[in-house]
Design a protein around this ligand. Structure first.
Ligand SMILES: Nc1ncnc2c1ncn2[C@@H]1O[C@H](COP(=O)(O)OP(=O)(O)OP(=O)(O)O)[C@@H](O)[C@H]1O
Ligand SMILES: [Mg+2]
Length: 563
């Protein structure tokens, strides 16, 4: 059996900090990392920052799946040195590990409009990782990972915030990342979750059983640190920040810094492109075009997958769009239960980030990504034009990916737009549960009655008739008569049975605030195996329609605060 890492000094041997070696730091940063007040950062990729440890941290959970992948023994999660590090104390680390963390700046554009208003200095120089601090980069099983504490205290980008994350949002992020991974969707991953036994902070939140749209009160919740893991945490907003500076020549090194960050993105997230020719030689126009094409490929696949499982990211701005093409920022997200094309759980998100609008939101982020590469092709008109074509090509690639997704979801061999549109219309008219409906359909039923468990209301006779017709057409197209078993197996692999249901997650974070973590463990188990049939007990509890009482309930059906 392969040796597994169970102590921090062994883990330290895997440490490998490409970021700190290759990229420029903010020249105004202090070496000590005592840099916790909002301030402008004018250049450089990162600021060294000392995380603020959780007082009296307590272990809640870790991802066994990710531990396995990294070669970590489960015992490591309870090792006092491990707990110390991943609850924010980097002062006492073994040799090989740096006793400092780092935070990065990024820009924000909302639906294609560049913003600086969110920055306290109205320049954009004070926006970035306000409460996320990376503490480690390592190479495990030939893969490079960056480990980032979320809620580890203030950074220069904290904008007057407290730098903390409450337990509620940390539990959600911790569970959701691994759930998405289990659903087969690219995402940042969860390593561990620790809570403070003594520190609490207030956030705007809802009264119990609230029907209010906006939070009515401040609610105290323990602070927590979840550690997320990804090949990098580079966002479209990051490139955007450097491109804005390059465009206006804000400082003499601005274009060079943009080039560096793009090279860094390629090294960290696009190894196939990096392998084509080592960097340096410096970034070539060909590489830039390959990067744009590959990101387009990943982003369109990602969003098609989101739609496949009913996921709504909620706030798909450029600063929440990972340049590696994976899901990032599990704050205002939600999973569509009752199917509504404009489902959006975050009250601040508006329709443009709603469920079926996500392909357009992605396109806007992609255009910003391309725009951020343009300054690097200033002297290359031909390559510039190609880049514009890649941007314009987004729609067609997105459409292809969506068609493929719906085709697979319906078990068809070819896309059938009439069939799909009729179905979506019927789903809306009948008020069906998105994921439960597709799972029931994956059993290749003969009669509508087998789908009815996924309906939130009894279907009228007229609707029943329409369903019967739709089902007949579908069954004929998938050749259900001769093919049911194989088809069912295939469809179940893309139509999950167990997906995130907010009303089943709420009790888990509520119990956790009282020191009981059992429901979190149970949810991990259920959500980590979304395509499997699980026990009858689990089915009765988790494969259920949202009870009526949770509709319109603040904090369950919608939320305004995600931090
Ligand atoms: N409590 C806080 N203290 C300091 N900064 C914060 C706090 N909450 C959010 N921010 C910062 O505000 C910005 C917007 O917040 P948003 O909710 O998108 O991010 P987040 O959930 O903290 O971060 P991420 O995108 O890293 O998952 C981010 O740059 C974030 O770092
Ligand atoms: Mg964010």
């Amino acid at each position: 059996m392969k040796h597994k890492i169970s102590k921090l000094p062994e883990l330290a041997k895997l440490a490998n900090y490409s970021l700190l070696d290759n990229l420029t730091a903010d020249p105004d940063a202090t070496e000590t990392g005592h840099d916790h007040q909002p301030r402008e950062v004018f250049s450089g990729h990162y600021v060294p920052v000392l995380p603020t440890p959780l007082p009296e941290p307590e272990y809640i959970s870790h991802s066994k799946v990710l531990f396995e992948e990294l070669g970590f023994d489960d015992k490591l999660a309870l090792d006092p040195d491990f707990i110390q590090l991943f609850s924010g104390d980097v002062t006492n680390l073994p040799a090989g590990m740096r006793k400092i963390g780092w935070a990065t700046g990024y820009a924000l554009s909302i639906y294609g409009t560049e913003y600086i208003q969110q920055c306290p200095f109205r320049t954009g120089n004070g926006y970035g990782d306000g409460r996320a601090i990376s503490v480690l980069e390592l190479v495990a099983n030939n893969k490079r990972w960056e480990m980032q504490l979320k809620g580890a205290g203030c950074t220069p980008y904290c904008r007057g915030g407290d730098g903390r994350a409450v337990l509620r949002s940390s539990v959600r992020e911790f569970l959701a990342q691994e759930h998405m991974y289990a659903l087969g969707i690219n995402t940042s991953r969860s390593l561990s979750l620790f809570v403070s036994k003594t520190e609490c902070i207030d956030r705007p939140w809802y009264f119990e059983d609230s029907r209010s749209h906006d939070p009515e009160t401040m609610v105290s919740n323990p602070v927590a640190i979840s550690t997320r893991v990804a090949p990098s945490f580079l966002r479209v907003g990051q490139l955007e920040l450097f491109a804005r500076r390059a465009r206006t020549m804000e400082h003499e090194n601005a274009l060079n810094e943009l080039e560096q960050i793009v090279e860094h993105l390629i090294t960290r997230e696009y190894q196939d492109i990096a392998a084509q020719s080592p960097i340096p030689p410096r970034l070539t126009p060909d590489k830039i075009l390959l990067l744009a094409t590959e990101f387009r490929e990943r982003l369109t696949s990602l969003v098609a997958n989101w739609l496949r499982v009913g996921f709504c990211q909620g706030n798909f701005n450029s600063d929440n769009c990972a340049a590696g093409g994976y899901t990032l920022d599990y704050g205002p997200f939600g999973f569509c239960e009752l199917f509504e094309p404009t489902y959006q759980p975050w009250t601040g998100g508006g329709r443009h980030f709603s469920f079926l609008n996500q392909p357009f939101a992605a396109e806007t982020n992609f255009k910003m990504f391309c725009r951020s590469l343009e300054p690097l092709l200033q002297t290359q008109p031909e390559a510039s034009e190609k880049l514009a074509d890649i941007g314009d090509g987004f729609k067609a690639v997105m459409q292809q990916k969506l068609e493929k997704m719906w085709t697979e979801k319906l078990g068809l061999t070819a896309y059938n737009s009439d069939l799909l549109i009729n179905l979506l219309q019927l789903m809306v008219n009948t008020k069906v549960d998105f994921n439960m409906f597709f799972r029931k359909l994956s059993h290749v039923p003969q009669h509508v009655s087998a789908l009815e468990k996924s309906f939130y209301m009894p279907a009228s006779e007229e609707l029943q008739q329409q369903w019967t017709e739709w089902l007949q057409t579908w069954r004929a197209l998938v050749n259900a008569q001769d093919n049911a078993e194989k088809l069912s197996e295939q469809m179940k692999q893309v139509n999950p049975k167990y997906t995130w249901r907010e009303w089943l997650v709420v009790p888990a974070y509520q119990a956790a605030a009282k020191g009981n973590y059992q429901l979190i463990n149970e949810l991990q188990q259920v959500l980590n195996n979304p395509y499997d049939e699980q026990s009858k007990e689990i089915e009765d509890k988790y494969y259920q329609l949202r009870p009526e009482t949770f509709f319109g309930m603040g904090g369950v059906s919608h939320y305004s605060c995600s931090s």
